[in-house]
Design a protein around this ligand. Structure first.
Ligand SMILES: Nc1ncnc2c1ncn2[C@@H]1O[C@H](COP(=O)(O)OP(=O)(O)O)[C@@H](O)[C@H]1O
Ligand SMILES: [Mg+2]
Length: 422
């Protein structure tokens, strides 16, 4: 049946609509597929960016960490180096704050100040029992002006140190504000000792030359007076005169004894050098006083290591004998009996023997520690005051030194150092 024009029109419209639907569906499908692709593509590139970013970040962090490690290592190395420098300094180093607090005190400083390794006093006034050294640091802290190479002597010798050379500088921060002081001290004991030895040797030699001649004349004169006084026959003299003659004899004898002692001391020292064992010398000197010490309920001990030296045996024996005799006399009345100890140590590195003659007597006051070596200084009624003068002379002529300290029991400690070998 032929279609009507309306039928044709409907058919045509239906075909058009069908074509349009097909085109639209195709277009939508394409679009969806494209969108999916695009989304997939977008997702992929985001991952890559994050990875790059995180890799860069990780690298930066690693670099920072490495830098930090290097800085820490450098800081540690420089701290270690400054620690080693401070520890190896042969000079004493003391750094203090304005409040007197100790910031640094190196081992050499501890040794010189007589402080144990594990003790660091809070305040330098406690560390430096020498008021002179404390005063110098106080001065720098208050004035801000440096003190350069000042010599300070220490009354109580510690570890054999008796003289310091001190340089104290104020410490400033970046704002030029003072916040402490650096104190460098060196041990001048050896230099001072050498000076002292030379001075003593020279003055002893001068005293010897000047006085030995006069003393000799005196002794001859005294011998003559004594000789004449002995010519008197006491029995032939009237009773009232006898006492005078006896007085002349006694006084002349005692004077000639003094002159003889003085001559012994003043006579220019001529050493007869042989190898001398200091231990044997000390043992013998101890034996000489042991019986007396025991009789008083006391004892005499010899302890430690001694060296051998090229010396004059007779003179050294005399020196130690004088020291021990003095020690026993000083502690004869000590409660619990006299106790004299010869304590010795041999310093291998320094090649020196240090012998201390210690007693439990009253000790020697710091003000007297130089005076007791002067000829005729005595506190004893029948003392000559020449014992220690002679000891010092003998020690000095053996290139040694003698100083006085305090023994553990509060008595005297006469410390002799003599160059020697093992
Ligand atoms: N171990 C000692 N303890 C206390 N004082 C001492 C000691 N050794 C010496 N002295 C003092 O030193 C002084 C001088 O001694 P020294 O020169 O030997 O002369 P002396 O023994 O004839 O008095 C003594 O008088 C004494 O005061
Ligand atoms: Mg004496």
């Amino acid at each position: 049946m032929p279609l009507t024009p309306g039928g044709y029109a409907f058919l045509g419209l239906t075909t058009l609509v069908a074509c349009l639907v097909a085109v639209l569906t195709f277009a939508i499908l394409r679009f969806a597929s494209a969108a999916r692709d695009a989304r997939r593509g977008l997702q992929g590139s985001g991952h890559a960016d994050t990875a790059i970013l995180s890799a860069a970040l990780q690298e930066a962090v690693a670099k920072l960490k490495a830098q930090e490690r290097a800085t820490a290592a450098r800081a540690e190395a420089s701290e270690r180096l400054s620690g080693e420098i401070i520890a190896s300094l042969t000079a004493g180093l003391l750094v203090v704050g304005l409040e007197g607090d100790i910031r640094i005190l190196n081992p050499a400083g501890r040794r010189m100040l007589g402080l144990a390794d594990n003790v660091t006093p809070a305040d330098y006034h406690q560390a430096l029992s020498e008021p002179e050294l404390s005063k110098l640091i106080d001065q720098v802290l208050t004035s801000g002006v440096a003190i350069v190479r000042r010599a300070v002597s220490v009354p109580e010798t510690r570890n054999g140190v008796s003289h310091f050379g001190v340089t104290i500088s104020p410490m400033f921060d970046e704002q030029k504000q003072q916040h402490g002081a650096i104190c460098l001290f060196t041990d001048l004991t050896a230099v001072k000792d050498l000076e002292e030895q030379l001075r003593l040797k020279e003055s002893l030699a001068t005293v010897g030359e000047l006085t030995a001649g006069i003393a000799h004349e005196f002794r001859n004169g005294l011998a003559t007076i004594l000789g004449y006084s002995k010519l008197f026959d006491l029995k032939a003299l009237p009773e009232s005169y006898r006492a005078y003659v006896e007085g002349i004899r006694a006084e002349t004898e005692s004077l000639s004894q003094i002159v003889t002692n003085f001559l012994n001391f003043a006579r220019p020292a001529q050493l007869m050098l042989t190898p001398v064992d200091l231990k044997a010398i000390c043992e013998r000197a101890a034996d000489e006083i042991r019986a007396d010490a025991r009789a008083l309920g006391g004892r005499v001990d010899v302890d430690g290591e001694f060296g051998i030296l090229e010396g004059d045996e007779v003179l050294l024996r005399q020196a130690f004998s004088n020291l021990l005799r003095n020690a026993l006399e000083a502690c004869a009345a000590a409660p619990g009996g006299p106790h004299v100890v010869i304590q010795s140590e041999y310093d291998r590195a320094g090649k020196v023997t240090r012998v201390a003659v210690n007693d439990n007597g009253p000790g020697i006051a710091p003000v007297d520690r130089e005076r007791v070596f002067r000829p005729f200084f005595t506190s004893k009624r029948s003392g000559t005051g020449l014992g220690l003068a002679l000891v010092q002379k003998i020690i000095v002529f053996h290139n040694g030194r003698i100083v006085i300290g305090k023994s553990a029991s509060g008595g005297a400690s006469l410390q002799v150092s003599l160059p020697s070998s093992a």
